[in-house]
Ligand binder design. Sequence first.
Ligand SMILES: NC(=O)c1ccc[n+]([C@@H]2O[C@H](COP(=O)([O-])OP(=O)(O)OC[C@H]3O[C@@H](n4cnc5c(N)ncnc54)[C@H](OP(=O)(O)O)[C@@H]3O)[C@@H](O)[C@H]2O)c1
Length: 264
Amino acid sequence: MTSITGKTKLFATLGYPVGHVLTPQKMNALFAERHYDGVMVAVAATPGQDLARVVAAFRAMRNFGGAVVTVPHKTGIVTLCDHLSPRAANAGAVNVIRREADGSITGDLLDGVGFVTGLQNAGETLKDRRVLLAGAGGAALAIAFALAEAGVAHITVTNRSQDRLDALISRLKNSFPRLSVSANDLSEGHDIAINATSLGLRENDPLPIAPEHLRPPMLVAEVVMMPEQTGLLKAAGWAGCRTHSGRHMLTGQLSAIFDFLTAA
Ligand SMILES: NC(=O)c1ccc[n+]([C@@H]2O[C@H](COP(=O)([O-])OP(=O)(O)OC[C@H]3O[C@@H](n4cnc5c(N)ncnc54)[C@H](OP(=O)(O)O)[C@@H]3O)[C@@H](O)[C@H]2O)c1
């Protein structure tokens, strides 16, 4: 994009808060690289009524293309969509929405696809691996589904709140009845440990996985992108584990996001 004109299509990164998001910078660079006349800005909206008002405004904006949806809206926005992809419907979460020509809103879930692509681009194999996944929010759900699709042998899930943990495990078992899944059993041998909670964004956050569970040759992977070296990745490095930062998840899914947002 060389300049914003009346023909420029509008896109948003929708979350709360939004000061730390990197998606607008990355997507605007991709728009420029692909000579696409679009611009993305961050939109801050609190959950509940304000989120519903913002989505209603998106429907009414004829030059609005769509949005990347981030914390804390990935599950709250599901009921505000008119159409959902099968994976978004199965996971009960959405991380991209597109305004169709008739003003309706379509939601899809590309976080998990991005995470798995990021691991594969870094040369990691997922088939038959045993995975420890911390978190049961939108990102964790998407990653769990994509890991299952990629053929992992087992997923152990941990989470602070029991109800979200139970909900994730039940959705996973419904969609992948033959996958081995357990809750909170950190003693099992894991090849890959993944932080899919929001812990790590702030300097004083506790670690999402206790250091005694980080053992080489385990690969320890993050979803948190800022800071790039989270407390978990530092602890993993000190323990002698290999590490994989959260930025790979975003680069892994940028191209998929572009294709989705510009498909209307
Ligand atoms: N790299 C990327 O491309 C990318 C893409 C998507 C998301 N992300 C990152 O992924 C993270 C999670 O996003 P999300 O959409 O899944 O958010 P979410 O749906 O709000 O879920 C947040 C998760 O973090 C847990 N959590 C939050 N605060 C906690 C605390 N103080 N102690 C223990 N657990 C805590 C929650 O546990 P409870 O269930 O107990 O609340 C839940 O499991 C965010 O940092 C986001 O920026 C990165």
